[in-house]
Each structure stands twice: as structure tokens, then as C-alpha cells.
Write a protein that binds this ligand. Structure first.
Ligand code: ZN
Length: 382
């Protein structure tokens, strides 16, 4: 026995944390009910991302209840969803989760004193900074700080390759979609692996511009969907401004200098349990040729990996009805690019499920490798 008595405590006061403690009911010595709310994004009604630590729970059967889950941005994301838990902040396993009457509930019996819970395997700004440093040191890589955010953080971009075709990958406009930056980590690791023959061929034919995190302010603040001013960056691509969306303004200005032949905007989807693309149907300048290359990319990706499919996805915009404030549409229209939004699941990729981890950071990284393999197959026609 220690002379210091532990009591249960909850905190989210850290990089990418989000939770509000409503109350702890320690009914018995070995049981507790912990009631929580998710905080909404600053100056916004959106919320869904959570990430918090609980301490003092060794041997205690805890029932967690997120009371305001029903009012979140995508309540249809909760049925069939499983919370991620970690005791080492490295491995994030799924645990059974109930969604009843607008409340998300899960149980955890403390194997140790500490545990972390999150909507999805987190990708912190600390890890982002480590990635930026590591990739910037790799041979042949140019680092660009394209601009700064409202909180003064950097919009980092890596330039790789010497070929004539400009290719853009950018991620995490929606900061709670942490799988998007795991994807970028995998992408950048493959693009800096010059021993890989597919990489060498791609870098001779194309120049890559990669923005691993479009929304560092929202990422640090534990937001779901917006930046420090409560702005959804993926509705800012028609008229970005320094006051509301400097993140988009600086990336679009760089794209205007390089041009864009191919672009992928990397996201996560709350509801659909599968990886899928959304395209640019409905842009004013739509051509069948441009659209066919987008379709072919998805079909080829489905052929090379069991972690992609083309059956499930969003409804397509009608002719002329594309929302040009969204980046995939704006980039396709503005540059004539083959442009797509990758959506990865918060749940799992049901066609190839993993009962222990679900969709994960590691699998997101591997999907990036498959995307580069397909790009290498198609680069001559893009
Ligand atoms: Zn998104």
C-alpha cells in the first residue's frame, strides 16, 4: 500500500486533447461512472473528436458516458463505432461501444493506473513536428513554409522530385480526421525511400508537393472540423481570406505557381465503414476524359489492395452543381487536374476488417503506399 491515495481524474489539457468532465460517481470501491461531454470547436457548433486521459483507475470498473454524443456533427457515425483505447499511447485498440438515446457508452477496467481514450488513433502536433524535421533532412527534399495560421503555426510543404508533372497531396483540413496525417506520414516515407524503384521512376516524371497538415491550429486545439476561427477550411477554396482561412490562401497561391496535374485531399469519414474516393463530378468544365482518369485511379487502387473499394461512397453532384468552395472541385476546375478526396473510416474498412485495431494509423500509411503504386502505373497518362 502506498501512503498516497489515488482518486480518479480526467484531463484533456494536452496536444490534440478534447473532453469536458461532467462528473465522477465512485459508487463502490471498485466501480465508477464517469460522465463526459465533448467540447465544440472554438467559434463553431461542430464537435465529435475526443481524446482524453484518465488516471487512478487501476482495478476499477469504469463506465464512461459521453452525454452529448447525440448532438455531435455526425451522430450517424456512432452506431457501429468502437472507441480506441491505449495504455502506452502507441497501440490503440478498439473496445465495445454502445450508442443509446444519444449517449455513447463504454466500459474499461483499469489494468494500470493510466489509460487514454480517443475517437481515433491520434496524430499529435508533437508527432507532426517530428515528421517535419525528419522529412526535411532527407536527401533531395525541399521544405517550404507556405504561410502561417491564425495562431501563428506553420503550414509546411515538402517538394520532392524533378519531373514536369505537378502532383499535390494535402491532408487534415479537418483536424479531427487524424488518419489523414498518418496517410501523409506513409506517403512521405515512401517518397523519401529512393531505393524503391517505383519511387525513383515517379520522382523522375513528377514533382510532388505534400502538405501533411492543413490545419495545425485545429489539430492542437482538439477540433473536429474547423480552424482557430471556427472556419471549415474545405469550404474556403473559392475565396480564401487572410482573416478566416490563411491556411487555404497560402496553399492555393503555391498551387497557382506550380499548376496541378493530379491532387489528392485526404480525409476521414464518420459514418461509412470503408475507404472510398469522392471526385469532381459537376464542375463547370467537366470532361469525360478528365473524369475517366479519376475513375481509373479508383479501379486500379481497388485492384492492388483489399483496403480500397468503389461500391460505397457519397452521392455525386449533378452536372454544373459542384461546390467550388471545396478543394477537390476547385482544383479540378481551376487546373484541369485529376483531383480526388480520399475518405478513410473512423470505424473499419469492412471489406477487410481488423477486429483488434479497426482502421488504424498503420493501415492508413500502407494505403498511401498503394496510392503511389497506382500513380506510378498511371503517371504517363496524367
Ligand atoms: Zn473531412
Amino acid at each position: 500500500m502506498s501512503l498516497i491515495q489515488n482518486t480518479i481524474a480526467v484531463t484533456a489539457a494536452f496536444d490534440s486533447g478534447n473532453i469536458q468532465l461532467v462528473g465522477i460517481d465512485s459508487g463502490g470501491s471498485h466501480a465508477a461512472r464517469i460522465d463526459l461531454n465533448i467540447a465544440h470547436d472554438r467559434q463553431s457548433d461542430f464537435y465529435q473528436w475526443f481524446h482524453f486521459r484518465v488516471s487512478g483507475v487501476k482495478g476499477t470498473s469504469c463506465t464512461f458516458r459521453i452525454l452529448n454524443a447525440g448532438g455531435s456533427a455526425y451522430p450517424f457515425g456512432w452506431p457501429g463505432y468502437k472507441v480506441r483505447v491505449s495504455t502506452d499511447r502507441i497501440h490503440w485498440r478498439m473496445i465495445p461501444t454502445r450508442y443509446v438515446d444519444g449517449v455513447l457508452e463504454f466500459e474499461w477496467t483499469g489494468t494500470g493506473d493510466l489509460a487514454w481514450f480517443a475517437y481515433f488513433q491520434p496524430y499529435t502536433m508533437e508527432r507532426h513536428d517530428d515528421l517535419v524535421a525528419r522529412i526535411a533532412l532527407a536527401p533531395g527534399v525541399k521544405h517550404h513554409e507556405l504561410g502561417q495560421t491564425l495562431d501563428g503555426r506553420s503550414i509546411d510543404c515538402f517538394e520532392l522530385g524533378t519531373g514536369p508533372k505537378p502532383i499535390w497531396f494535402y491532408a487534415r483540413q479537418h483536424p479531427g480526421e487524424s488518419m489523414a496525417e498518418w496517410f501523409m506520414e506513409g506517403l512521405l516515407e515512401r517518397l523519401t525511400d529512393t531505393a524503391n524503384p517505383a519511387t525513383a521512376a515517379l520522382l523522375a516524371k513528377a514533382t510532388f508537393y505534400c502538405v501533411p497538415n492543413m490545419n495545425p491550429d485545429g489539430s492542437f486545439r482538439g477540433h473536429l472540423r474547423t480552424n482557430a476561427a471556427g472556419v471549415n477550411l474545405n469550404r474556403e477554396w473559392l475565396t480564401p481570406t487572410p482573416e478566416k482561412s490563411p491556411e487555404v490562401l497560402c496553399v492555393l497561391a503555391a498551387m497557382d505557381r506550380t499548376g496541378v496535374d493530379f491532387a489528392m485531399d485526404v480525409h476521414g469519414d464518420e459514418a461509412i465503414p470503408a475507404n472510398f474516393f469522392a471526385g469532381f463530378e459537376g464542375i463547370p468544365s467537366w470532361t469525360e476524359t478528365q473524369g475517366a482518369k479519376y475513375t481509373e485511379f479508383g479501379q486500379r487502387l481497388e485492384a492492388v489492395t483489399p483496403d480500397f473499394q468503389t461500391a460505397k461512397g457519397y452521392d455525386k453532384a449533378a452536372p454544373g452543381r459542384a461546390n467550388l468552395s471545396m478543394s477537390t472541385n476547385q482544383v479540378a476546375e481551376r487546373f484541369g487536374a485529376v483531383s480526388m478526396t480520399l475518405e478513410m473510416p473512423f470505424k473499419d474498412h469492412d471489406p477487410n476488417p481488423d477486429a483488434e485495431f479497426g482502421w488504424s494509423g498503420e493501415r492508413s500509411k500502407t494505403l498511401a503506399h498503394a496510392c503511389l503504386d497506382v500513380l506510378a502505373e498511371m503517371i504517363d497518362g496524367i
